[in-house]
Design a protein around this ligand. Structure first.
Ligand SMILES: [Zn+2]
Length: 739
């Protein structure tokens, strides 16, 4: 049997095709070089190809590229409208944003309190921009901003303002002359519709969009007369009221958009990935355009995969409806320069991630001073990138994900759960998400997100395993759906406080999935003071493959104590003193408290980690936690894969069915800036060998690398397709044309 390196070396030559498949897959294992008791990985055939779409798509489904020069108050004085329209048209943008706003009118608005920008001078700047875009065949989004207004509006309508607990008005932090408008107030019922109707009466726009509302990734906190009667912010009851109001307004604005043209629509600013504010299940049923305002890394979401994280969230709730993720060409972050370009390698990777996750790229810069911007370095990058995508639209437009693992997004847990009693922190769940995400990328697993409100078997039956990463809040109906999934043969891994709270965040006395996972709570969460707990190895099991020369493994930072189980695989050695070293030994070196609980019933397997293993991995990077999770996922799925990508490097992989065939996207995150800061340059990867098993009767005409713009040879052994991508710079897309 070849070891990993031996296989890779062989894989460089034509000899790779002659290797028995099982040998090739053997090298995929994290512990391939170590003795193994697990069966070898199995490629499962892809499902039969979808029939061609038999209905005409709404126009927004055909949008492939979105452009925005975000207009400033000064732009009417300096922006060259023809140059602006030429740039986006030459890029291949299908649609551009033009600012109506609501804070400052870019046209001679007659709506009261719609203040004209001070450089407008009666000019119809909005109308000229719309005409220039339309002349070039581009559609137009009318961009509004209902989140702020000025003192004269406040004086006439004090009820429009968001209020602090002491009754004082909430003002914008940077421009204190602007107050924050309350979404529950008549500002949203009267003022915003008046602006929309005025625009519809004067111009031919294609749809309406609100910037600045709803809030991203958190819930508002207001103490105005209306909000004072609502439940307290950051409670489940408030979240329901927030969603009811949000969708009431969304539907109202959508109806106004359609008053002029039935194929027009309204959409709002969205983002916040798994901790989005609006209920993503309801949103997915309402929105026809998901605006991923996820423009760059943030302090709370510092990893490079921020755009794919957003993309996976969109895919979980939209059922194929349109989504675009924004790439800020300007410098995003806590220290920001909104009018200076960011590192080209970083902006390019964000665009790559958008495309790889199946979303339309959307490129964005602020202001048009001095010849379309003081800093013009962003322009060529966006133009080259858009033109590249335009050449390959057929292969880049996705039809469905081929993933065989589902990660449950507990949106309510992400928004409302404050962390365990041992560790209250607003970043707790974000760290959990990033830890699991990195683990899945490192194992090159093919996974989708699944929304907690969408656990019906029709939807989740396609996944071999579901992951519940500390989904603390679970309702009874969801637990029933998970049981039905397991009865149908699906496997489940859960961790830490999963199911220990109900939908109102009330603690449960017992795990909601205690029966399914074979676990019983024996106490309250235990944190770490000094040495964190250890997991003592009790017996041989496939989840321990590759561990040698140790009696124990690291546990996690926090855990829930469990009652003993029969024949445990790992048991807890409780944490103890770290300093002074004289006392750094375990006073209790052996217990019967389980550190993992495994179960099996028919085809279904279950695993439960009592510790917060994903988040602890994010904090520490400990390879034992990574190996333990990878082994567990392999055991749960019986190591079934839909696509195997073998080679060196830290990558993110997407596998899609497309119109012409299939597409395998590889994003190269092997970079010192993968976890923090921005990419400065690219560190190319060597060969990556892709193997997948096609459905019966599907032939292959060609395998083309879209970034390298070259075809590669491929081998078909029966229905098993294998080819090698010789090199991956920042990104590669292997486009498989089926015949
Ligand atoms: Zn309010």
């Amino acid at each position: 049997m070849l070891n990993r390196r031996g296989f890779l070396k062989t894989g460089l030559t034509a000899g790779a095709a002659a290797l028995p498949f099982s040998t090739a897959i053997e090298a995929l294992r994290p512990g391939a070089a170590a003795a193994s008791s697990q069966p070898e990985a199995v490629l499962v055939p892809l499902p039969a190809r979808l029939a061609p779409a038999d209905h005409a798509e709404p126009w927004q489904q055909r949008i492939r590229r979105v452009g925005q020069s975000n207009m400033t108050e000064h732009d009417p004085a300096v922006m060259d409208i023809e140059q602006w329209a030429d740039y986006w048209h030459n890029c291949g943008a299908d649609i551009v944003y033009v600012s109506v706003t609501g804070i400052l009118a870019f046209y001679p608005s007659k709506v009261r309190f719609h203040r004209h920008g001070k450089f407008l001078n009666g000019r119809d700047f909005f109308g000229e921009c719309v005409a220039a875009a339309k002349k070039r065949g581009m559609k137009v989004v009318a961009r509004m901003s209902p989140d702020l207004n000025w003192g004269d509006a406040l004086e006439a309508h004090p009820e429009w303002a968001m209020r602090n607990r002491d009754g004082s008005v909430q003002f914008n932090g940077e421009e204190p002359r602007l107050f924050r408008t309350c979404m529950f107030s008549s500002y949203m019922d009267d003022y915003v519709p008046a602006v929309m109707r005025e625009v519809n009466s004067l111009y031919d726009v294609d749809c309406f969009y609100t910037n600045g509302w709803p809030p991203l990734g958190s819930l508002p906190e207001c103490h105005c007369g209306i909000c004072a009667r609502l439940p307290p912010s950051n409670t489940a009851a408030y979240w329901h009221a927030f969603n009811d109001r949000l969708f009431e307004l969304w539907n109202k604005y959508d109806a106004i958009a359609k008053e002029k043209k039935p194929d027009s629509f309204f959409f709002a600013n969205l983002g916040g990935n798994v901790h989005a504010g609006p209920d993503l299940d309801r949103l997915g049923r309402t929105a026809v355009w998901f605006q991923g305002d996820n423009q760059g890394r943030t302090y709370d979401d510092p990893a490079v995969w921020g755009a794919t994280l957003q993309g996976r969230v969109c895919n979980a709730v939209l059922d194929g409806k349109f989504a675009a993720n924004i790439t800020a060409a300007y410098s995003t972050g806590d220290v920001a320069w909104r009018n200076a370009a960011k590192n080209p390698a970083e902006a390019t990777m964000w665009l790559n991630e958008t495309v790889a996750s199946g979303l339309a790229p959307y490129y964005h810069f602020i202001g048009s001073e001095n010849g379309f911007g003081e800093d013009r370095r962003w322009q060529k990058l966006g133009s080259d990138y858009f033109q590249w995508t335009a050449k390959h639209d057929a292969h880049l437009k996705v039809r469905r994900s081929l993933a065989n693992i589902g990660v449950v997004m507990g949106q309510s847990t992400q928004l409302l759960y404050p962390g365990p009693a041992t560790m209250r922190s607003h970043t707790y769940m974000r760290e959990t998400t990033h830890g699991l995400y990195e683990m899945l990328l490192a194992g090159r697993f093919a996974f989708d997100f699944v929304h907690e409100q969408r656990l019906d078997l029709d939807r989740i039956g396609k996944y071999r395993a579901l992951i519940l990463p500390n989904i603390a809040m679970l309702v009874d109906r969801q637990c029933e759906q998970l049981r039905a999934y397991a009865r149908a043969g699906g496997s489940i891994v859960a961790s830490f406080e999963t199911g220990l709270y109900d939908e109102e965040l009330k603690p449960r006395a017992e795990f909601a999935l205690a029966d399914l996972l074979g676990i019983h709570k024996a106490g309250e969460p235990i944190g770490t003071n000094g040495n964190a707990y250890y997991s003592r190895i009790e017996r041989v099991h496939p989840v321990l493959d590759g561990f040698a020369d140790t009696n124990w493994l690291p546990g996690a930072q926090n855990r829930i104590p469990l009652q003993p189980v029969h024949d445990p695989v790992l048991t807890v050695v409780p944490g103890f003193v770290r300093y002074p070293p004289e006392l750094a030994y375990p006073p209790v070196s052996h217990t019967s408290e389980p550190a993992i609980v495994l179960g099996e019933s028919g085809q279904s397997r279950t695993a439960y980690f009592p510790g917060d293993i994903e988040r602890t991995y994010w904090l520490t990077g400990h390879g034992d936690l990574l190996r333990l999770m990878h082994n567990t996922l392999r055991w749960l799925t019986r190591d079934e894969r839909v696509v195997a990508v073998e080679g060196e490097g830290f990558i993110e992989m997407f596998a899609w069915e497309t119109g012409p065939g299939y597409a395998v996207h590889l994003l190269n995150y092997t970079n010192p800036s993968a976890h923090h800061g921005w990419m400065q340059t690219v560190y190319p990867l060597g060969p990556q060998t892709v193997t997948m098993k096609l459905p019966e009767g599907v032939r292959v005409k060609a395998v083309e690398l879209l970034r390298a713009e070259q075809s590669v040879p491929f081998h078909l052994d029966g229905s098993t397709l294998r080819f090698t991508i010789p090199r991956v710079n920042d990104y590669e897309v292997a486009a498989i044309s089926a015949g």
